[in-house]
Design a binder for this molecule. Structure first.
Ligand code: FO1
Length: 306
């Protein structure tokens, strides 16, 4: 499964309820990664790790449950950088990751170690071990992902999304193998531009998907033309010409065989089908564990029907 943080991590939880987690590999966006206070932070990898380990703060949508903020308060008091909020428990992961990266371990190795330490059976891979950073060009200037998303609350309309470092980015070890030796490739209900886009921007990942011999099914992050959370609808509206399931299918043109869309977007099914993508209409809101699992099963059923 190709995944971002929020919706992707929630969907992945449903997926490991529906199938043996040992058979699941998540290829995760690293375009949101940043350095804060000297620490290497990988928000989407952490959202996936925390979600699978049952440690996520579901209400906030990022970071860990039962979090405290004493370190950040101390940083703030001392005049340090506090716009990107690192909780005390969350800091533990960033400390371990940063130390390993500085010692020369690749991000994929560190991530595997963190996943094992959390007792996870699924394989969690960064899309690439090389630095790949998402930048947004807006009428108000260019911002790296987290300055646009967090510091500026993704208010600036986006004219263009760029991926710094992508020309040199190779798939992390295990990524191409995972795309080859599988029954099904899934694209999570994540933002197509800033969550899935950086993964697909890695040339050898995109070409592996184009040449796939197995079905690829995407799940729409839209419900009734709106994103459950985040800027996906606004970006589809501005960059693709409308927050519709059909425009989402266009984002993945040539890469997907089926698209799971919400009942509220059922009117788009013909437009999706005209693009050569089979629409699968179901309820997509992941309000609880049962709904997450049902959504995963709907995506898996697409293969049985293919
Ligand atoms: N999102 C925010 O809106 N504000 C924050 O201060 C913030 C801190 C943060 C720290 C660690 C982490 O793993 C994620 C964090 N996020 C925060 C979420 C993150 O910016 C985004 O949700 C993802 O990058 C988008 O997938």
């Amino acid at each position: 499964m190709l995944s971002g943080g929020g919706g992707g991590a929630r969907f992945l939880r449903g997926l490991v309820d529906a199938v043996d987690p040992a058979n699941v590999t998540a290829i995760v966006n690293v375009g949101d990664d940043l350095d804060v206070l000297g620490l290497s932070v990988s928000p989407d990898l952490d959202s996936v790790l925390y979600a699978l380990a049952g440690l996520s703060d579901e209400e906030r949508g990022w970071g860990r449950a039962a979090e405290t903020w004493h370190a950040l308060e101390a940083v703030e008091t001392l005049g340090g950088e506090a716009w990107f909020r690192l909780g005390d428990r969350d800091l533990g992961v960033h400390l371990v990751r940063t130390q390993a990266l500085r010692a020369g371990d690749p991000l994929s190795t560190v991530t595997a170690r963190l996943a094992a330490a959390l007792g996870l059976e699924a394989t969690i891979l960064p899309a690439t071990d090389e630095p790949l950073r998402t930048w947004l060009d807006t009428p108000n200037g260019s911002f790296d992902f987290q300055h646009w998303f967090v510091a500026r609350a993704h208010r600036d309309p986006v004219d263009r999304v760029r991926f710094e470092g992508v020309a040199d980015a190779q798939p992390a070890p295990g990524v191409l193998e995972a795309l080859h030796d599988v029954e099904l490739i899934l694209i999570a209900p994540s933002n197509p531009f800033v969550s899935i886009g950086p993964i697909l921007a890695v040339e050898r990942i995109r070409s592996a998907l184009e040449r796939r011999r197995v079905p690829c099914v995407a799940v729409s992050p839209l419900i009734g033309g709106e994103a459950v959370k985040g800027p996906a609808a606004a970006m589809l509206g501005r960059l693709e010409g409308g927050a519709t399931a059909a425009h989402l299918a266009q984002c993945y043109a040539g890469l997907i065989d089926a698209l799971v869309i919400d009942e509220a977007d059922a009117d788009d099914d013909h437009a999706v089908a005209e693009l050569g993508v089979r629409p699968i209409v179901t309820q997509t809101l992941m309000r609880d564990a049962g709904a997450r699992r049902k959504l995963a099963e709907a995506a898996l059923d697409a293969v049985a029907l293919a």
